[in-house]
Design a protein around this ligand. Structure first.
Ligand code: IPE
Length: 257
């Protein structure tokens, strides 16, 4: 089984509230389908999650009155995004079902405390593709919070031991500087703890779930539970299918331990 995270920057335009990328998602769905591989899919929230979550400060938990409106709004928005993703997956021939973290995951102090992994195992056993996503969930200490796709995929890797984990982003992998801001940024083929520690930390970040560095921390942690963890560019046609098939493709590889 292969775990795939479709990042919010690929499936949505991150800078425009609730802007879906139907052609990109349709192509990625087709690549998953054509690979013939057994997968569990996680997708990010992109502009369906971060914009409102930030406005209502949901990542901090309950800190002020009025946030309930944000809990409801973000829950609705990410569900709508998930439905759009699911429709593309099903159109591509995948038997996909949604597993909403809001209904089967709980946080404690902002960290994933419980996820019903048996639900994922049961769907895999009957040949159905489980699809989950970054969501607003209950938090036992903070009332509510944001459960990111990266938290979910890390727990899924621990529990399901995939042969490979693939992070699909809108750039070729991890660079020594933000490639959107620096045209001469260099792709880093291999990422380990020392490479992460050496990266500059000055880039701006509008995500409620943290910068690329926070994401690499999750990748380092989960790489202990899989043979290979790669970051690829989902905007480049064919890369996801190559990565799923285990063929060599332009990427960064994350090595923990
Ligand atoms: C964010 O999930 C969840 C919400 C803001 C509701 P992710 O952190 O996995 O999403 P992306 O991939 O960065 O968009």
């Amino acid at each position: 089984m292969i775990l795939v995270k479709l990042g919010g920057s690929v499936i949505t335009d991150k800078w425009q509230y609730r802007t879906f990328r139907p052609e990109t998602v349709a192509r990625l769905a087709q690549e998953v389908s054509s690979s013939g591989e057994e997968v569990v899919l996680v997708h990010g929230a992109g502009s369906y999650g971060h914009v409102m979550a930030k406005r209502f400060e949901l990542q901090k938990g309950r800190v002020r009155p009025g946030q309930e409106e944000g809990v409801s709004k973000v829950s609705l928005d990410v569900r709508e995004l998930d439905l759009l993703v699911l429709k593309e997956l099903v159109s591509a021939g995948l038997n996909a079902v949604a597993i909403s973290p809001g209904s089967c995951a709980t946080l404690r102090d902002g960290k994933l405390a419980h996820l019903d992994l048996d639900r994922f195992r049961a769907y895999l056993e009957i040949g159905v593709v489980p699809v989950t996503y970054g969501d607003v969930t209950l938090d036992v200490t903070r009332s509510f919070g944001i459960c990111s796709g990266d938290q979910l995929i890390t727990r899924l890797a621990e529990g399901l031991r995939p042969k490979r984990v693939i992070f699909v982003t809108d750039v070729d992998g991890v660079f020594d500087r933000d490639p959107h801001l620096h045209s001469d940024a260099q792709l880093l083929a291999d990422i380990d703890r020392s490479v992460l520690d050496g990266l500059p930390r000055s880039e701006r970040c509008d995500d409620v779930t943290g910068s690329i560095y926070a994401k690499i921390e999750y990748m380092l942690a989960l790489s202990a539970h899989t043979d290979e963890c790669t970051i690829i560019n989902g905007m480049a046609p064919g890369r996801l299918e190559s990565a799923l098939r285990g063929a060599s493709t332009l990427c960064s590889k994350v090595r923990g331990g």
